[in-house]
Design a protein around this ligand. Structure first.
Ligand SMILES: Nc1ncnc2c1ncn2[C@@H]1O[C@H](COP(=O)(O)OP(=O)(O)OP(=O)(O)O)[C@@H](O)[C@H]1O
Ligand SMILES: [Mg+2]
Length: 376
């Protein structure tokens, strides 16, 4: 599948824009602040129905307007097509999503229609930033890849909120414990899915890291918020360990007024081998380039996941990713796209007329200025 048509209305700095895209994709070149990231953000909006930059929907509405709308048409080689659209009205804070003009019962049912992965310069924060961004990454990938994950996550968040409210108000322990069974059921589902995904893709991550870096592998591991949880493997073990960890931390929770263990406190760790044979935490000790490389390897693993669950090459969105990489690394990313994503569509942006070859220069180059794409 590829995005054959994109229609934007009042999205960020776009007033009205219709793009007809070829199957291989396009390279969009324009100065800073002209709308390159906005354009890719709009495409990816159709995948997850929110901004990949974490911006609230209100911010996506063009200044001075009330409603934005994004619509995409996806086509496959046999000419089958489907349309995905999303609109947001800031007056009533109402979001409307449709697939082939039909509104899904729940937003979660319509996730992943585009089958895209976005690589962006801000990805480095996945490695260098706080654990919240890494949990958010796992939650998005698993919501796209695993039926039922989003539902479990939502149940977990609701239960956690109730439980934390009681803890904050210093409620009797018996009242807090009423929520434990629900918290354990939903939370162990979330933790088990995340840990399994990390375990299953750890080798692939290590290889991607080594290849892009042109050297030694990097490692990713799931770091649980409680030691009991880290040792558990099966969903049943994880549930039992979670219940045990809650019991063990009950007094501390009462004192601190919040839930201290569970997937809302877990993390994803990235390491490389240190000179002494130990593990070097990339978040703390990695160079900018090493952190960037780990983030790219993580997106490559995400692309493989999307490929596997959708059964076709993902659409690769590259937002100025070569800017801070040395030529060797850039070339090896291009090689990966050519091989792994053989026939997939690539939409890339750059502030410079790019100096690397992608798709044997087949990608048409379009300009962009002040929210207007100058195609052809
Ligand atoms: N809701 C909005 N309405 C109108 N314009 C907006 C809105 N949100 C952002 N913008 C404008 O969009 C522009 C930024 O667009 P974008 O982030 O896509 O730039 P870019 O081309 O990716 O630049 P860079 O090369 O610096 O990354 C800014 O000029 C900003 O003022
Ligand atoms: Mg940008």
């Amino acid at each position: 599948m590829f995005l054959s048509r994109l229609h934007l209305r009042n999205y960020r700095n776009f007033a009205e824009q219709v793009l007809e895209l070829p199957a291989q994709g396009a390279a969009i070149v324009g100065d800073n602040g002209q709308g390159k990231t906005n354009l890719l953000e709009a495409v990816y909006y159709l995948e997850i129905f929110r901004s990949f930059r974490g911006a609230p929907d209100e911010q996506l509405v063009r200044f001075g307007e009330d409603v934005f709308r994004v619509e995409g048409r996806l086509e496959d080689d046999e000419g089958r097509s489907r349309s995905v659209s999303a609109a947001f009205d800031r007056r009533g804070r109402k979001k409307k999503v449709a697939v082939n003009s039909a509104e899904p019962e729940r937003l979660g049912d319509a996730l992943g229609q585009v089958g895209a992965v976005i690589f962006s310069p801000s990805d480095v924060e996945l490695v260098s930033g706080g654990p919240g961004g890494r949990r958010r990454f796992l939650d998005i990938v698993l919501s796209l890849a695993e039926p039922g994950y989003l539902h479990a996550l939502q149940r977990y968040r609701q239960t956690l909120f109730q439980r934390n409210t009681l803890l904050r108000k210093n409620s009797p322990r018996a009242m807090v414990e009423l929520w434990d069974a629900g918290l354990v059921a939903a939370g162990s589902r979330v933790a088990a899915a995340r840990a399994a995904w990390v375990r299953e893709h750890a080798n692939s991550f290590a290889e991607h890291y080594a290849r892009v870096a042109g050297g030694h592998p990097g490692h990713m591991t799931y770091a649980s918020s409680a030691p009991e949880l880290g040792e558990a493997a099966t969903p049943a073990d994880i549930a039992a360990a979670f219940a045990q960890a809650l019991a063990k931390n009950a007094d501390r929770e009462q004192r601190r007024g919040m839930t201290l263990v569970g997937p809302h406190r877990d993390d994803l760790r990235f390491t490389i081998g240190g000179v002494d044979g130990g593990a070097l935490e990339l978040r703390t000790y990695g160079s900018g380039g090493q952190q960037r490389t780990a983030a790219i390897a993580l997106r490559m693993v995400e692309a493989e996941t999307i490929h596997a669950v959708r059964g076709r090459e993902p659409i690769i969105l590259l937002d100025d990713v070569f800017a801070e990489l040395d030529p060797g690394r850039s070339q090896r990313i291009v090689d990966w796209i050519e091989n792994e994503d053989g026939g997939g569509q690539v939409i890339l942006t750059s502030p410079k007329p790019t100096d690397f070859e992608l798709r044997g220069q087949l990608l048409p180059r379009w300009g962009i200025r002040d929210g207007v794409v100058l195609a052809g």
